[in-house]
Design a protein around this ligand. Structure first.
Ligand code: ACO
Length: 428
């Protein structure tokens, strides 16, 4: 394999190094392109062919349906690890020892309160506000209560900021739900594990004793692990690019939450359930909706289908599908929406339109079904995704800062008007 790529423009040849990742992925390093060519740039809307960084966190092979965090397969992590272990692994690069994990857990617990004044900010939102908007705002508001910027060269400061946000984020996420449900704000119980406490903070009622449920905890833990990182997706790239201006961790995360909200990204899990409900209400005719999705004159897309990177079954979707069946079975829930989802997937997977375009169910196609079975309201689904993605965002932000990456600032090709003279309003 050649070590360089040659580009020819107007008879002039330019050589660029080809870099190779540890999984043999190849990339043409065009860092010197503009300087060498006198300003020629690359154009790649949506960055379908552009690598924004070198990263040692997550490997995914969309053709083969492989996903690994720090070298460990998602299948093995989902089965054997817990969410906090995975968070540590993603952020710091190695699985924690028992002592490291205990310290991490205790340090998080030590920070798991938010300033009481945050409640006033939450109070200002109407109950109808979408929890993702509220969560993004509250994460940003946290900066006001933790104003010191992190010295990224200080391992201690970096660690403290990470622990702080891991501790406070679930509190804020749970509060966005409690506010919508008119429930008193709650801090949960520090004697519980991270995921258990999150569940308690979301669901504990003031007038009822809280019943722990291992089945529910395990399902939630697995879902959070499956969402924990996915290399340079829209929200993660947002976190990295905002952080590249040396904006703080919380500000970068707040931007990431907004990016995740969109229905083409994390918001798809809410959109999937809404779509399945609509199909059910319309008589459950899946063929009609497959036809709509294929019709180029119809803006309808099959939500939960297709992925920028996976051109094969999303490995997370496989795990979630199995988990959805188990959870519904174990909880004794019959959800007709799961049957519609299965029917839709079966038809789509055999349909030439979807086969040709390599459109497979993605992680969001089944996750909403489990969230529903766990009693999580639809508008909270994307918040659950954000809770899972938090360690990934932190890991990517940390890596970007430690590698001292330059500020993210893409170029463009200008296609507007050429130089023209201003005409006063009276003459227009
Ligand atoms: N339904 C119908 N057709 C689709 C779908 C879909 N869900 N997804 C892609 N296509 C078609 C496109 O119309 C296009 O067809 P064409 O070649 O005839 O023009 C072709 O497949 C390629 O689609 P693109 O939009 O170019 O693919 P891209 O990589 O840009 O988009 C995306 C990926 C945004 C995920 C897209 O598949 C989509 O909108 N899916 C539905 C939303 C969704 O589930 N998002 C969650 C993604 S996973 C996540 O963020 C966790």
């Amino acid at each position: 394999m050649s070590k360089t790529a040659t580009l020819e423009i107007d008879g002039n040849k330019y050589e660029f190094p080809i870099i190779k990742g540890t999984e043999n992925e190849l990339g043409i390093d065009v860092k010197t392109l503009r300087g060498a060519t006198g300003g020629v740039t690359t154009i790649d809307p949506g960055y379908k062919n552009t690598g924004s960084c070198e990263s040692a966190i997550t490997f995914l092979d969309g053709e083969k349906g492989i996903l690994r965090y720090r070298g460990y397969s998602i299948e093995e992590l989902a089965e054997k690890a817990d969410f906090l272990e995975v968070a540590y692994l993603l952020i710091f690069g190695e699985l924690p020892t028992a002592t490291e994990l205990e310290k991490f857990d205790n340090d998080i617990k030590e920070e798991s309160h938010v300033d009481e004044d945050m409640k006033k900010i939450l109070d200002g939102f109407p109950k109808s506000a979408h929890p993702m908007g509220v969560l993004s705002s509250l994460t940003s508001a946290l900066i006001a209560f933790n104003p010191g910027s992190v010295d990224v060269d200080s391992e201690e400061e970096m660690y403290n900021a990470i622990v702080k946000i891991l501790a406070k984020f679930p509190v804020l996420a749970a509060w966005t739900m409690r506010k919508r449900k008119s429930l008193p704000l709650d801090y949960g119980d520090d004697s519980l594990g991270y995921v258990q406490n999150l569940h308690k903070m979301m669901f504990a009622r003031p007038n009822k004793s809280y019943e722990p449920n291992k089945l529910v905890y395990d399902a939630l833990d697995k879902l959070l692990i499956l969402h924990a990182d996915h290399e340079q997706n829209c929200s993660t790239s947002t976190v990295r690019i905002v952080g590249s201006s040396h904006a703080g961790l919380f500000a970068s995360l707040s931007a990431g939450i907004s990016a995740l909200w969109g229905p083409l990204h994390g918001g798809a899990n809410q959109a999937v359930i809404e779509m399945l409900e609509a199909i059910k209400a319309d008589g459950g005719d899946t063929a009609k909706y497959i036809a709509k999705a294929k019709d180029k004159n119809d803006p309808f897309r099959l939500m939960g289908f297709g992925h920028r990177v996976y051109k094969n079954f999303d490995p997370r979707a496989k795990i979630i599908k199995k988990s959805a069946e188990e959870v519904l079975g174990d909880l004794g829930i019959e959800d007709p929406v799961l049957d519609i989802a299965k029917g839709l997937a079966k038809v789509a997977l055999e349909d030439e339109y979807f086969v040709k375009r390599k459109l497979y169910p993605n992680v969001d196609f089944y996750s909403g079904i489990i969230y529903r079975a766990l009693g999580i309201p639809t508008e909270m689904f994307t918040v659950m995704f954000a809770l899972g993605r938090l360690p990934g965002w932190i890991a990517q932000w940390r890596e970007m800062r430690l590698r001292k990456e330059p500020i993210g600032r893409p170029r463009q090709i200008y296609i507007g008007e050429n130089d023209r003279k201003f005409v006063p309003v009276s003459e227009r």
